[in-house]
Write a protein that binds this ligand. Structure first.
Ligand SMILES: Cc1ncc(COP(=O)(O)O)c(C=O)c1O
Length: 485
């Protein structure tokens, strides 16, 4: 992927780098940023002259730093066109780009899939659905747009959030990911550029890619969106669509403010970019806070996908697409090439759940909050060097790992995930969330299991971390500097 990063942006990112000596500190900072994806793989670095001016250091410092970054395998010179970042081993070093829910294995604690267990009301909703089912048995049972009653109930959710919605704007799908597939099928042509976040939800990125899209990326900092950088990126790559997760972004847990939504929507409008807004986590505000208005309230052309998977249960496999009326026919045509609708029984169960969902969600969020706090406390005590923001909603902690990098060609996040699996806990390493590789100093740790299980998971992760860091220590001593591999 060909792109460039400005000297000003690099200067902001390396701010405070170790100056003893400055060239080595600058090289380390650059390697770290490339390794964890904050500077994307394949980006053209600023010229030595531009960076010298932006950093107010000597030209020799930048020349030697770039040489050290090239020597470490995190950049390459291209004749006549400058220095480009790369990740040793290429994108394939991320050993698994899909988040596959594991089979239940009684020994391993599976934290790869960030999905909560079902609240008790699910079974009751199914029992009630069974009593409603006979009324539908006289018909053919196919509802490609969804049961009209459920379309209306979902539209009412948007009305309540300040986004008036006609039930005909809603199509019920087997989950949000399926919604992304339908949108991708309907709206992307081969080679169309689609902007995705890095880090971001990998399964959606893969769906877009397999529909023929060419993914272009924009970095999301663990501390917040950089909308200036994204606006520059939009001008540079002129995508057709942008896939975004403004409500408790997966994996960072970030929540986009109203002002940011307004600004981002205006930038997208200016670039004629259609937003695909994934609201899968919107029901999971854990602090009882009021949420900003839906992104589509700022972007009338937005196509939104939603889900019951995180608020109720993934096993329902019920989600939806909400789109402008004018797009519904195109979406329906695309949909019937993929499937013909969601099972009636599941739609009825969701209909029951939506008739009085607040008490269910209140209880569900209270559990998640307790689990989040237990995980934060557990990781804080066992692994004090790890850095993460405590998210105000969603399902995971996005953790930055400290210390020396992995061995040659291997990232620390991957090394930890592999070792953790040997210790009986499965977590997703950072590169899973980066379509171009990188982010190898991160892991995602969801708080979707019960507190006792999370405590056991933390103990196992801490033991795995000890093995990984012990393995790294001699290498870093012999290299003489802390480096990320
Ligand atoms: C952002 C995002 N979108 C979609 C999904 C998948 O949702 P569903 O189960 O509704 O297909 C997930 C699941 O983790 C997710 O995090």
């Amino acid at each position: 992927m060909d792109r460039s990063i400005s000297a000003r942006r690099v200067a902001t990112l390396v701010d405070g780098f170790d100056r003893c000596p400055a060239y080595a500190g600058l090289a380390d900072a650059l390697v770290l940023l490339i390794g964890d994806g904050r500077i994307a793989a394949g980006a053209r670095l600023p010229s030595e002259r531009e960076l010298t001016e932006a950093l107010r250091v000597s030209r020799t410092t930048v020349t030697r730093a770039y040489a050290a970054v090239r020597d470490s395998g995190y950049a390459e010179a291209r004749r006549g066109s400058g220095t480009y970042t790369r990740v040793p081993g290429g994108p394939s070093r991320a050993h698994d780009r899909a988040l596959l829910p594991g089979q239940d294995d009684r020994d391993a604690i599976d934290l790869n899939c960030a999905a909560p267990f079902a609240p008790p009301q699910i079974a009751t909703a199914y029992a009630e659905a069974a009593t409603m089912l006979p009324a539908y048995l006289g018909g053919h049972g196919y509802f490609p747009a969804g049961l009209p009653e459920l379309q209306a109930a979902i539209a009412a959710l948007y009305d309540a959030r300040g986004l008036p919605t006609d039930p005909a704007q809603v199509m019920v799908t087997p989950g949000a990911l399926s919604g992304v597939s339908i949108v991708a099928q309907a709206l992307t042509g081969r080679g169309d550029r689609v902007l995705v976040d890095v880090p971001g939800y990998p399964n959606a990125a893969e769906r877009l890619r397999s529909a023929g899209a060419r993914l272009v990326t924009t970095e999301v900092d663990p501390d917040g969106w950089d909308l200036d950088a994204t606006a520059a990126r939009l001008r540079q790559v002129t995508p057709r669509l942008a896939y975004l997760i403004p409500d408790f972004h997966n994996p960072t847990g970030l929540l986009m403010s109203d002002e940011e939504r307004e600004r981002y929507a205006a930038d997208l409008r200016r670039g004629h970019v259609t937003p695909i807004v994934d609201e899968s986590h919107v029901m999971l505000a854990l602090e009882g806070q009021e949420l900003p208005r839906p992104f589509a309230a700022h972007a009338p052309d937005a196509v939104t996908v939603g889900s019951t998977s995180k608020g109720f249960w993934g096993g329902l496999r019920v989600g939806w697409v909400r789109a402008p009326l004018g797009l519904m026919e195109q979406l329906t045509r695309a949909r019937v090439t993929l499937d013909l609708g969601v099972p009636v029984m599941e739609q009825l169960a969701v209909l029951r759940l939506l008739t009085d969902h607040e008490p269910i969600l209140r209880e569900h969020r209270a559990h998640l909050r307790e689990q989040r706090d237990a995980l934060v406390a557990g990781l804080g005590a066992a692994l004090p060097g790890w850095r993460f923001r405590v998210p105000a909603g969603g399902l995971s902690l996005w953790c930055e790992l400290p210390g020396p990098g992995g061995g040659p060609g291997r990232g620390l996040g991957i090394a930890l995930a592999e070792e953790a699996e040997r210790h009986g806990v499965i977590i997703a390493p950072g590169p899973v969330f980066a379509p171009d590789g990188g982010l190898d100093r991160f892991v995602r740790v969801p708080y979707t299991r019960r507190v006792e299980e999370l405590d056991r998971a933390v103990a196992r992760i801490a033991a795995a971390w000890e093995v990984v860091t012990a393995r790294q220590a001699p290498a870093s001593r012999s290299a003489g500097r802390v480096m990320v591999a």
